[in-house]
Design a binder for this molecule. Structure first.
Ligand code: OGA
Ligand code: MN
Length: 299
């Protein structure tokens, strides 16, 4: 049976039915999923029963997998294999984390609007988040359509942004939360990287903002001015008209395009309820500056 696509908005977010991702998909179905993905940027696959291997196999349909950053877990063993990012509120003993744990402080960064791995030279093309346990209330994930946000900008702002480059670092987003407790070794392991502020999605030619709370300053601009522009653009891109909130059900798999969406996790009682979310992440083919043909002087 062919898969079914149910759009949630006109060109943003769709549900996909009659797709069993635990089994190899027919080439026509894979192609239909890919096409829908470029159009809607966020796809929801309900009721999936996946092992880690099946989750990763589906992710590989979109490109090579990223290895999860475990820098902040150097002191604790991982609950998941290295290709899976553990986005749960559980520690390595499978218990709800402690209120003051470093793990919790670090993961609170996911409550800020961001796109995955923009702090890497090779950022993420897409992320596939799988819900194994969800809290009864709260813990939604919100997605913002940065293509629509770009389209809605005044013409003079589009011109002002053309060719601009922002510096992204995981330590910028953590510093926004007042979390600066990183060793010099940790800092040096992930230096800031340049990313284009506007990018073009090759599959359909749509332009998109490329923003994240990881962005700290804009190259060639005074720090405060760049930061103010980034904050203003994030506020614009996350206006309710561009945002969809996903309320999780157990066994939902959601895939999003990190090149043209931002997302954030919403609050829940994380000291009481288990929220077990696991993410596979696919690398993009090149950094955004390279893809946009913007030359950046080496730092
Ligand atoms: C992620 C992420 C938010 C959430 O998995 O990349 O930011 O709601 N998740 O868990
Ligand atoms: Mn994320």
């Amino acid at each position: 049976m062919a898969i079914e696509i149910f759009p949630v908005r006109e060109n943003f977010v769709a549900e996909v039915g009659d797709a069993d991702l635990s089994r190899p998909l027919a080439p026509a179905d894979i192609e239909a999923i890919r096409q829908a993905f470029w159009t809607y940027a966020v796809l929801i696959f309900p009721d999936q029963n996946l092992t880690a291997e099946q989750h990763l196999d589906f992710a590989r349909q979109f490109g090579p997998l990223e290895t999860s950053i475990s820098v902040y877990r150097a002191d604790t063993p991982m609950r998941t294999r290295p290709e899976i990012s553990d986005v749960s509120n559980l520690d390595h003993r499978d218990q709800v984390w402690g209120r003051d744990s470093r793990l919790r402080m670090f993961q609170l960064g996911n409550r800020l609007w961001h796109t995955d791995s923009s702090f890497r030279h090779l950022p993420a093309l897409c992320s596939l988040l799988y819900a194994r346990a969800v809290p009864p209330i709260g813990g939604h994930t919100e997605f913002a359509d940065e293509r629509a946000a770009y389209d809605a900008l005044p013409e003079e702002m589009k011109q002002r942004l053309a060719g601009l480059v922002a510096e992204h670092s995981i330590f910028h987003s953590r510093a926004r939360l007042g979390f600066t407790d990183f060793s010099e070794e940790e800092r040096q392991s992930m230096p800031p990287v340049p990313q284009a502020l506007v990018r073009t999605i090759p599959q359909n030619g749509r332009k998109s903002l490329y923003l994240a709370s990881h962005a700290g300053r804009i190259l060639g601009m005074p720090d405060a001015e760049g930061r103010a522009l980034i904050d203003r653009l994030i506020a614009h891109a996350t206006e309710p008209r561009f945002v969809h909130a996903h309320r999780w059900r157990v066994n939902d798999l959601v895939i999003w395009d990190n090149r043209c969406t931002m997302h954030r996790g919403r609050e829940f009682d994380d000291l009481r309820y288990r929220r077990d979310m696991q993410r596979a992440t696919v690398s993009d083919i090149a950094g955004s500056c390279e893809q946009e043909g913007i030359a950046v002087a080496a730092a």
